[in-house]
Structures are given as C-alpha cells and as structure tokens.
Design a binder for this molecule. Structure first.
Ligand SMILES: Cc1ncc(COP(=O)(O)O)c(C=O)c1O
Length: 476
C-alpha cells in the first residue's frame, strides 16, 4: 500500500532523487574515498521506498563511476569519481553551487530575454527615484554611517505590519518580521534553519527552480505535489503529508512561478488545517501578489493561520525596485529567533539605505498609482504572447497575474537542441525540466513577458515559434 502511494507521487523517478541525494553527500565529502556507503536496506527503510529503487540509484552511481561494489559487502566511494568532481569543479565551491542552471541561462547575453522573470526597467518610474534617495539623505543624514539591525529597520517593519493588517488582514508585530535581501535569501534561511539532511519536504511540481537547488543542497529529499489551474489535488497533498511526514511544504500559491496558477481560497484554508494536522510547516513564497490582471488574488495562507504553521516570504524586489532587493519574512517568534541568528552569520542586516528608500517609495501614493499602470502594461504584454500562441495549437496555461507563461511544445522537440539554436538566434527561455524536482516536464518551457517591450516581445516570440516549427517539421 505504502509503495503504491509513493509511486503515484513520484512516478518512476524516485531513484533519480536518491541518486542526486547520494551524489550530493559524496560531493560534500561526507564519505571519503573507499568508505562504505549505507546499505540498500538501510536507505530503503530511511526513505520508505522499495529496495529496488535504492538499488537502481546505486547502479547509476556505479555506471557513472562514483561508487564501486565489493561482492557481498556493499557500495564504496570510488576515488576516481571524487577526482573527476574535484577537477571539474572547485571542491569547496562545487558542494554549494553546482546545480544552478537558471543562473547559467540568465548569464547568456541575448536580445530576446524570455528567460528573465524580471521587470523591464523602463516600466519603473526611474526619474522619480532620485527624489526618494534625496529625501532619505535629508531625513537620515547618518544613514550611510550606520548598520541596520540584523532583523531590519524598525520603522520599515512597523510600516509593513500596518500594511499587512490593512491589505491582507493578518496581524503581526514588528518582532515577527525580518527584512531580508530578496526572498532568495529568505528561502536560503528557511532551508538552513529548518532542514537537515534526509528531511523530506514537499514542493510543487513545477516550481521555482533555485528553491529546488537550495533545498537539495541542504540535503532534503523532495516529494512533489502537482499544481494545476484549479490549485492542488488536496488528496495528493494529504496523502503525502501522512505518508512522508514532511518537515515543510514550500509553495508559491499566488500567480505561481512558472505556471501562473493561483490556489483558490477554500484550498488555502484546508491546506492550513492539513499543515496543523500533520505538523508540516507551510513556506508561502509570495512575490507576485500585486501583479494581478483582473481580480485581486485570495488572501495569503498566512492570513488563515492561527497556530503558527505558515511562514510567509514576501518579496518586493520583483516589481518595486529590483535594485533595492527588499523582502520580508513573517513568522511567529519561536522561529524568528532562529532566523535572526542564522542571518547574523551571513550579514548584519539588509543595507539600511535600501530599506529606508524602499520605505519612503513603497508607501508613497505615487507608487500605488504606478502599480495600476504596471498591471495594465504587463497584461498587454501577456496578451501579445497569447495572441501569437493562439496561432500555434500548443497548450499553455493562461496566467491571471505574475510574469510568466508556461507552455507545452510539441513532444518531438529536443529541448537541449532548441535551447542551443535559440541562443544562436539571441533568444533565451527556461526549459521546463529545470523547474521540475523530478527533472521531467521536458516538453514545457517558461517564457517571461515582463522584461521585453511590446515590440521585442512580438518579434522575439515569432522567431522562437518559427524556430520550433522548423524543428518539428524537420523531425517528421
Ligand atoms: C517564486 C519566487 N521566489 C523567490 C524569488 C526570488 O526573489 P528575490 O528577487 O526577492 O530574491 C523569485 C524570483 O524570480 C520567485 O519567482
């Protein structure tokens, strides 16, 4: 029975996750050359999977020469395997950053950047920024000579408390907010504080790809939960919570990256109940909430939480001033102390100047008017892609907010070749498999409509479609 549930959730790629997990630990140097690895039986019990699944993972490690077998004794770390890792990557660096495919794609210089879920800088009121910067220096002449506290500027945290109470009906005190440098840092803090190797966590499938890398690096075993335009299959969520007792569920339920889906209000309430019932924390990542095209989205899960199971990550860096990189974590004091301590190990707080500029800019009337215009501009850009897509016969999920469009291409398209050819034509996009904890979803791509202007969007997307058509015809 247990295995049946497992295979529903993982399909047949569970062994790859175990492979990745073992490889990650070998890379970190947790086992030395010629050291014996845990037995198939031990790992099968630990992960609650069939022994064959672990066996398959070990076989693949053996084929790739990371481990060798001694008859009747077990699997051992292959020294040459360590060597090849260490010569390919710096041994210290590789333990942390070897998985970051998305940042690699972002580094490609291209005229048509569909890979960047970033705002076109021309959509920001750049000319007005200098006024706010000047205002901040007038109000706080010593701002450059001062550190923020690790938890973040008190004045900003108090303003955010009022904002959350007014707009999202959740009530936190300034002590329950931590200011971070973007929500990427917040995800990293969550992983460092809450996850130890072998903890099971739930993630949406697909999901925000750097979060996969962060949790994997921390040694988490990822169980995935599908996300659809109508939200989750709550039966699948409950089954996974019951079965694996995950430490946390990392989710992005509002204008989800990459699908654009939004989880309805009834499901949000139920998820919070499930979290409480199964003692699974919900890490709600919410950077796109204000970018809605028609209706406002449902309240955050955090608003429904009374028992402290939701940790809310709210980035403002996506569309207010990416250059300031301001986000906040809202959670109950029991967690907050750990987050502050973990953050103090990497810095002494987000830069104070950024926090003060953000404070005066975000809460200004001008910013709120600007947001209105931004929503319209982004909706127009999204419509341009949808117009072009409607001529192709491909499937996509139509977002009601956010920056991304998730599109399925004909099955026959070899994704790596498409990426190579499109980069040759100065076009970038994100291959779906990068966003999949199971590394499948090979016929899907994420295209962002936030970064290019209308003319570039249309031209670049036409070119991309044309390239895909030429490749699918060549396949026939
Ligand atoms: C779902 C999600 N979480 C977190 C981030 C990172 O946000 P930040 O720029 O605040 O670090 C992004 C950025 O694309 C995102 O899409």
């Amino acid at each position: 029975m247990r295995r049946k549930i497992l295979s529903n959730i993982h399909s047949d790629k569970l062994f790859e996750q175990i492979y990745d997990y073992l490889l990650e630990r070998i890379r970190r140097g947790e086992w030395q050359a010629h050291e014996k690895l845990p037995s198939v039986r031990t790992l099968a019990t630990e992960f609650n999977v069939h022994r064959l699944t672990v066996f398959k993972a070990y076989q693949l490690l053996k084929e790739n020469r990371y481990v060798y077998v001694k008859d009747k004794s077990g699997y051992y770390v292959q020294p040459s395997g360590l060597l090849s890792m260490n010569t390919l990557h710096d041994p210290i660096v590789s333990a942390y950053v070897h998985d970051s495919h998305l940042s690699e794609i972002h580094q490609v210089e291209a005229a048509f950047q569909f890979s960047k879920a970033l705002l076109d800088p021309n959509l920001l009121p750049n000319l007005y920024f200098s006024e706010y910067v000047k205002k901040v220096f007038d109000l706080y002449p010593k701002v450059l000579g001062t550190y923020s506290t690790t938890q973040g500027d008190q004045e900003l945290r108090e303003a955010l408390c009022r904002y959350f109470a007014k707009h999202y009906h959740f009530y936190v005190s300034a002590e329950e907010l931590l200011i971070t440098s973007g929500s990427q840092e917040a995800i990293d803090l969550v992983a460092r504080v809450l996850i130890k190797p072998r903890d099971v966590i739930l993630m949406e499938r697909p999901t925000y790809s750097p979060a996969i890398d962060v949790f994997r690096r921390q040694g988490a075993v990822i169980v995935s939960v599908d996300i659809h335009p109508h939200g989750y299959d709550l039966h699948q969520v409950e089954t996974a919570m019951k079965q694996y007792k995950p430490r946390l569920f990392y989710l992005n339920p509002t204008f989800h990256n990459p699908t654009g889906c939004t989880v309805p209000a009834e499901q949000r309430k139920r998820l919070v109940e499930l979290a409480e019932k199964y003692h699974c924390l919900l890490i709600e990542d919410d950077p796109y909430r204000d970018i809605y095209f028609n209706e406002q989205p449902p309240l955050p899960l955090f608003s429904y939480d009374t028992a402290g199971y939701v940790i809310y990550l709210r980035s403002f860096s996506k569309y207010i001033a990416p250059g300031l990189g301001i986000a906040t974590v809202a959670c109950r004091p029991s967690f907050m102390n750990y987050f502050i301590r973990a953050k103090s190990l990497s810095d002494s707080g987000a830069p104070l100047l950024n926090q003060k500029i953000f404070l005066h800019y975000f809460f200004s009337e001008r910013m709120q008017q600007h947001l209105e215009k931004l929503r319209i501009a982004l909706a127009v850009r999204k419509d341009i892609l949808e117009e072009e897509l409607s001529l192709t016969g491909w499937k996509w999920s139509s977002p009601t907010g956010g920056f991304n469009l998730w599109t399925q291409l004909p099955d026959s398209i070899p994704m790596e070749e498409l990426l190579t050819k499109s980069i040759e034509q100065s076009i970038t996009f994100v291959p779906g498999s990068i966003c999949d904890p199971q590394r499948e979803l090979k016929s899907w791509i994420r295209v962002s409509y936030s970064y290019l202007n209308e003319q570039q969007l249309r031209e670049g997307f036409k070119r991309l479609i044309c390239l895909i058509h030429s490749m699918s015809h060549a396949e026939k």
